[in-house]
Design a binder for this molecule. Structure first.
Ligand code: MN
Length: 426
């Protein structure tokens, strides 16, 4: 596939993250205004779909009214035939061949990306974070448990924890260092700010079509129930996590923030980069054996240490390193009857590649805090410090075009010292 040319000139550059081939969905407001509008990104602009709905562009009233909502959930509820029809219609209307009158009408709905504020695009009722990266699972076993082998269940199913939807935030939201309990060795437990604050390089699959309570999802249907993908940073407080996680799994060590990139890239935009997951190292039970897709998406992690001038790349990885696909995660999630809703997200788990430059967390990059990362700015880091900014980036590179995700960024703020009249720590 090659670049699809648009009359929005900025969309035709080979490095533009939002060419006509992409058309990701998000929710924006104009700077200084409160109203949130559904939008797609094209070139250096957002196309306001709520305004577009005031013209006769959408044949269906259902589509126009879905775009009057302040999240994309109502649009997702309309189902896959509507998603695909709308994508086709928008691609035709924004293509370089579109009639001039149509171009003029759409031009009035364009807003420069520099003049919009992006919001969480979904009302998320369920967020589960998987552990589907093979290299990450192997590395964390070695670092945390001193184990040479994977957990006994790992090769048999995509394992996960149930995350918090209430603390999912969009890119740019500051992340406050969490307070919590930790324990070092056999010492008494302490209460203090997290000392080992980390990121996790992940992608989220957005569930487009839900399932009914008590009803499993057919493996052959799962892939088409996924609407698209975003970048996801599962911020992690390693010391809090390590003390609390047994036997029920991560809790407050992961519950203080999870950052999502603002634009949902549709599965169809990623189709040229699709590949089957590798055959499993150990046979899977039949309900999981449909495998599904991963994508050749270049992922990067950039760190701007407190006081530094600019971001520096500290890791590069790729979505294709995942062992389990989002379709397998979705089938497994619903197999016991758990309800899945449109707008739910499935975190992939940390996506580390096979070599150290591709590790997707500081836990792995500093090997449990033993090998500080040396940055060209002169800074050293084992874990994140207050004032550090961290950004995930994702780009799939085609022949003369790029499918980008927009940034997934957050800056670390100091832990609170007191609440009400209570001093929490000093
Ligand atoms: Mn995670």
């Amino acid at each position: 596939m090659t670049l699809m040319r648009s009359w929005v000139d900025s969309a035709n550059s080979p490095d533009c993250p939002f060419p006509l081939n992409n058309l990701p969905f998000g929710v924006m407001s104009r700077q200084g205004e409160n109203a949130r509008h559904c939008a797609i990104a094209i070139g250096d602009c957002a196309l306001d779909l709520a305004h577009l709905g005031e013209t006769s562009f959408f044949a269906s009233q259902d589509v126009a009214s879905a775009f009057r909502e302040n999240t994309l959930n109502a649009f997702l509820e309309l189902g896959r035939p509507n998603w695909l029809a709308l994508r086709r219609q928008l691609q035709e209307a924004l293509s370089a061949d579109a009639p001039t009158s149509l171009q003029q009408s759409l031009r009035t709905c364009l807003v420069p990306l520099g003049e919009v504020v992006m919001h969480l695009p979904l009302h998320i009722t369920g967020y589960s974070d998987f552990f589907a990266g093979y290299h990450h699972a192997v590395n964390t076993g070695k670092i945390i448990r001193g184990a040479e082998s994977l957990p006994p269940n790992w090769l048999h199913m995509p394992i996960a924890y149930n995350g918090r939807t209430s603390t999912i935030v969009t890119s740019g939201t500051p992340v406050r260092r969490p307070l919590g309990q930790t324990r070092i060795g056999d010492d008494a437990p302490r209460f203090q700010p997290c000392q080992t604050l980390d990121f996790e390089l992940e992608m989220a699959a957005v569930v487009g079509k839900g399932s009914e309570l008590g009803e499993p999802i057919a493996p052959e249907d799962a892939e088409d129930m996924i609407f698209g993908y975003t970048l996801l940073n599962d911020w992690s407080a390693r010391d809090i996590q390590r003390w609390e996680y047994q036997p029920l799994g991560p809790f407050l060590g992961k519950a203080f923030a999870t950052t999502m990139s603002p634009w949902i890239v549709m599965k169809e935009a990623l189709e040229p980069f699709r590949r089957d997951v590798d055959p499993p190292k150990s046979p899977l039970l039949p309900y999981l054996a449909g495998y599904g897709s991963v994508y050749d998406i270049e992922l990067g992690v950039e760190l701007k240490p407190s006081g530094a001038e600019r971001y520096e790349t500290i890791s590069t990885s790729n979505h294709k390193y995942l062992y389990y696909s989002a379709a397998q995660a979705l089938v497994h999630h619903a197999i016991g009857g758990c309800t899945m809703n449109a707008g739910d997200i499935l975190g992939s788990g940390t996506i580390s590649g096979p070599v150290p430059e591709q590790y997707g967390s500081l836990l792995e990059l500093s090997w449990g805090g033993k090998n500080p990362l040396k940055l060209s700015s002169g800074h050293e880091r084992c874990y994140l410090e207050d004032g550090d900014s961290l950004m995930l980036v994702g780009n799939a590179r085609g022949d003369g075009f790029t499918i980008g995700f927009g940034p997934c960024e957050g800056t670390i703020m100091p832990a609170p010292k007191s609440v009400g009249r209570s001093v929490l720590w000093s």
